[in-house]
Design a protein around this ligand. Structure first.
Ligand SMILES: Cc1cc2nc3c(=O)[nH]c(=O)nc-3n(C[C@H](O)[C@H](O)[C@H](O)COP(=O)(O)OP(=O)(O)OC[C@H]3O[C@@H](n4cnc5c(N)ncnc54)[C@H](O)[C@@H]3O)c2cc1C
Length: 509
């Protein structure tokens, strides 16, 4: 386990104890709240919903526990490092299992491969698909591993507020090694040719960020996370991680108030003096916004205190939104693994519909999670818990007709692959799409994962974690550094808390 650089203890002596309000109890808000409370501040987290977790909320229906958002637990070192800051371990809160196979990729109704957790077996699978690719996978991942180590040790935990943070020879040379100028798709094609292997290699960037042609090659760090660090699952569901972080923040002294939407941030003389929630004014010495950046700036602040204009936001490339279905079945399905990627459709055309034409895809790729294949606790006995995700462009109009149409399409493909009838075994179903993200999370254009991971939206080119107009207002979460995903959001909270710690009171008032 990676040991933390610093261990913070509950209410460590702090000559500067501030009243800090954190807006939003997503991963980023909870991560920051735990650190700031442990640092001796009086921390109040205000969350709009009646449960913490944000995009990672849980939906309980008819004995099913549906994780509403993330389902891939990658980069377990980041979670361990987070809990390690407080002298805790992940295993103090929940039990984590490594999935094997890591996931299944379905290329057609009759062709599917399961990716083994064991690396030698994985190389063997690659060899079967494309002779020679097993040893090239080793090279590809050794290089990706070096990038991962360099990113984690030198870049990802930085606030990225100024180029001077990177102004040392060692950092600059590491920066070059990250391969920022080459595209991910060009890089991948230097190692692999078979379209099935390329789909496996490119899926993490497509699902989480941008088209592989526009994503820097640096993001092969995600392949390293996938194939070397492994795919894990917290028994009980991803929400166990949320519960653990909320519990830890409480142990450190943070007060988490649920059903407490913030309607405005009060500012006087370029200083935030507090917030208004449910008609109540709360005073604060410092405000940290973990809710969606665009919402906080455009809806909670007066125009003169906004750093970024609506035009700026419109010019951003958003990561995909998604059309989701939570489905409960009264049967078990023999052919599904825990994670299943349906790549039985034209990959390029789907990517073009997300990033170029910004339209509903004709025949999309989709992903199905079946956590009940691993965890009997998330569905009644003999039942299956399914989560279906179709990545789509942000900002699309999702009518009931469209949701129904894609539901039928997905069911048809699931039935053909599983070779059994599913429709008549549905005992619960619910769709969730862009307009729900907007209503529930105040998400700009109904985005699911924030901004796309393009070069122009990396590090200092992301919305800043420090307000340029209000001295004691800071931001955290997937729309600022380091970016979208559960581990980056947790890191974002740590980076914001650490940055706040280094600021003297004089700089804030
Ligand atoms: C469907 C889906 C699948 C995903 N799959 C994965 C995956 O498998 N693995 C992975 O690593 N990542 C995944 N992600 C990405 C990951 O879930 C997010 O990057 C991460 O959860 C974002 O955390 P956050 O704290 O930045 O934001 P959020 O979770 O959105 O938290 C922000 C919080 O602010 C609250 N809020 C908003 N406005 C207000 C207000 N005015 N007042 C008070 N509170 C407010 C919201 O209710 C929310 O709780 C997925 C995301 C989605 C949507």
């Amino acid at each position: 386990m990676a040991r933390p650089a610093t261990v913070v203890h509950k209410n460590a002596m702090n000559p500067r104890s501030d009243r800090i309000i954190v807006i939003g109890a997503g991963f980023a808000g909870l991560s920051a709240a735990a650190s700031l409370a442990a640092d001796g501040h009086s921390v109040t987290v205000l969350e709009k919903h009646d449960q913490p977790g944000g995009r990672a909320r849980v939906l309980h229906q008819q004995g099913f526990a549906f994780d509403m958002g993330p389902s891939w637990y990658w980069m377990p070192d980041v979670m361990e490092r987070f809990f390690g800051r407080f002298d805790k371990k992940v295993s103090d809160y929940f039990s984590l299992v490594r999935l094997d196979p890591s996931y299944q990729v379905i290329f057609s109704d009759s062709e599917a491969v399961s990716l083994p957790a064991d690396f030698v077996a994985l190389q063997g699978l690659f060899e079967e698909i494309e002779p020679g690719s097993g040893s090239r996978l080793k090279e590809f991942l050794e290089e990706a591993g070096r990038k991962y180590e360099a990113s984690m040790r030198k870049f990802v935990y930085k606030p990225c507020l100024s180029v001077s943070e990177f102004a040392s020879f060692e950092l600059l040379s590491s920066l070059f090694s990250l391969d920022l100028m080459q595209s991910f798709s060009t890089h991948a094609r230097k190692f692999f040719r078979d379209p099935r292997i390329l789909q496996i290699i490119e899926f993490p960037v497509l699902f989480l960020g941008a088209s592989p042609a526009r994503t820097p090659a640096m993001y092969s760090i995600m392949n390293y996370a996938d194939m070397k660090l492994g795919t894990w699952y917290p028994m009980g569901g991803m929400h166990k991680l949320v519960e653990a972080m909320a519990s830890l923040a409480g142990e450190m002294g943070a007060d988490i108030r649920l059903s407490a939407p913030v309607s405005s941030i009060r500012v006087e003389n370029r200083r935030a003096t507090g917030v208004v929630t449910s008609g109540e004014a709360l005073d604060a010495d410092l405000v940290l916004a973990g809710a969606d950046y665009h919402h906080v700036e455009q809806h909670l602040l007066e125009p003169e205190y906004r750093t970024y204009s609506e035009k700026y936001w419109d010019s951003r490339t958003m990561a995909p939104s998604c059309l989701l279905y939570y489905i409960g079945l009264d049967i078990k399905l023999g052919k599904l693994e825990h994670h299943n990627l349906f790549f039985d459709a034209d990959y390029e055309r789907h990517a073009a519909s997300i990033y170029d034409t910004k339209s509903w895809p004709e025949k999309p790729l989709f992903y199905t999670c079946c956590p009940s294949a691993t965890d009997p606790g998330v569905a009644p006995a003999g039942h299956e818990n399914l989560f279906v995700l179709i990545p789509v462009a942000a900002g699309l109009d999702d009518t009931p007709e469209i949701r129904a149409q894609y539901f039928q399409m997905v069911l048809g493909r699931l039935e053909r692959f599983c070779g059994e009838s599913i429709s008549e075994h549905i005992v619960y179903s619910k769709s969730y799409a862009g307009s729900d993200f907007t209503r529930d999370y105040n998400a700009f254009k109904g985005n699911a994962y924030g901004l796309a991971n393009t070069l122009k939206q990396t590090a200092m080119l992301k919305p800043s974690l420090r307000s340029k107009k209000v001295k004691n207002l800071f931001y955290t979460g997937q729309l600022t550094v380091p970016g979208p995903g559960v581990p980056p959001s947790i890191i974002s909270g740590q980076v914001a808390a650490d940055y706040i710690k280094t600021r003297s009171r004089r700089q804030l008032v």
